[in-house]
Design a protein around this ligand. Structure first.
Ligand code: PBG
Length: 348
């Protein structure tokens, strides 16, 4: 004890520590900590993803415990539970009855997503219904666009064609808007997708339907569980000719600048956790734009797996993660934790 006293005296006397400033003062009590908290988390920050399929009932996705493929009726039930927790938006993904090279159900009046949009909007008019506009869930090859089978000899076989794909994406977006979607979200990283969707909506009388662009979407290994959920893995090759290289960030700024110029109303960065710097950079470059982060399936699966083993405190880790995503610059977060997090926040 005497030795510690001696050290204490000497440290204070001989060092030039200035204790006028004590950062810990504002951490002393829970009330003070709450008072100076910079980032708040609320159920209205979350967008809840829903997977809809034909048939009855619901089945859990193996690699995403707590997340289900839902019938239309179950999707309405799930959306209502979300609304009761204060969640204001859902993002719909469809699993079609049949797949083909073009993905015909994607823009069919009675497609699964179109049915789900109508049912949710009928029962819950206040819920903001967003739809993913892409081809990979609907095509038999699992790619996000039409495939080069020889019509473009200067491009590789199997290459995801750009301009031809735009026509399909435009049709899908209009068909979602016709069914009553509040926001359409092109997700394929096809050049010109925002402009194509914007002009198709405009000439179809949907000039007031906003576009949330998956502006910065990386070719990420964190989408694995989603591809189980949506049954959409590519049957050959990968998505590297359209999704971005994880090593790049300046290119992300180029992507968002193009989307803003093409008329995007909201921007997205995806995935979230390995890309918080990208989120921050996009936030700095476009302070005027609503910015969404997608906390993707693989990020969800990692937390669920560790929590199931008792290795992490799920609630604390999820709230810390979502806070980090907001702090980095997201206004809204698409997250499979939405319902749990909303429940935990309500109980705090
Ligand atoms: C494409 C799409 C994907 C995801 C959202 N939209 C899959 C992909 O690009 O392969 C992944 C989302 C997630 O992992 O949670 N329709």
């Amino acid at each position: 004890m005497a030795l510690l006293d001696l050290i204490h005296q000497n440290v204070l006397r001989t060092s030039n520590i200035n204790l006028t400033h004590r950062a810990r003062r504002l951490r002393t009590t829970p009330a003070l900590r709450a008072l100076v908290r910079e980032t708040g988390l609320n159920a209205r920050d979350f967008i809840h993803p829903l997977f809809v399929r034909h048939g009855e009932g619901r089945n859990e996705i193996r690699s995403m415990p707590g997340i289900f493929q839902l019938s239309v009726e179950e999707a309405v039930f799930e959306a209502r539970s979300a609304a009761e927790l204060g969640i204001r938006a859902v993002m719909l993904f469809g699993i079609p009855a049949e797949k083909d090279p073009i993905g015909l159900e994607n823009f069919s009046h009675d497609g699964i997503v179109q049915q789900a949009i109508r049912a949710i909007k009928r029962e819950l008019p206040e819920m903001v219904v967003m739809t993913d506009v892409c081809m990979c869930e609907y095509t038999d090859h699992g790619h996000c666009g039409l495939i080069n089978t020889g019509s473009h000899p200067n491009l590789p076989e199997g290459y995801v064609l750009n301009d031809e794909t735009l026509d399909i994406l435009a049709r899908v977006a209009v068909s979602h808007a016709e069914a009553g979607a509040d926001v359409v979200a092109p997700s394929g990283m096809i050049d010109g997708m925002v402009g194509a969707v914007r002009s198709a909506l405009d000439i179809s009388g949907f000039e007031h339907t906003p576009i949330l662009s998956y502006s910065v979407k990386y070719a990420s290994a964190f989408y694995g569980p989603f591809r189980d959920a949506a049954q959409s893995p590519p049957q050959f090759g990968d998505r590297k000719t359209h999704q971005m290289d994880p090593a790049n960030v300046r290119e992300a700024l180029r992507e968002v600048a193009l989307d803003v110029a093409e008329g995007a109303d909201m921007l997205m960065v995806k995935p979230a956790l390995a890309y918080l710097d990208v989120l921050y950079r996009v936030r700095q470059a476009h302070p005027e734009m609503p910015l969404v982060a997608y906390n993707v399936s693989g990020e969800y699966a990692m937390v669920k797996a560790a929590a199931a083993n008792g290795w992490l405190d799920e609630q604390k880790v999820v709230l810390e993660t979502l806070t980090g995503i907001k702090r980095a610059g997201a206004d809204l977060i698409i997250t499979y934790h939405a319902m749990d997090a909303a429940r935990w926040l309500a109980a705090q």
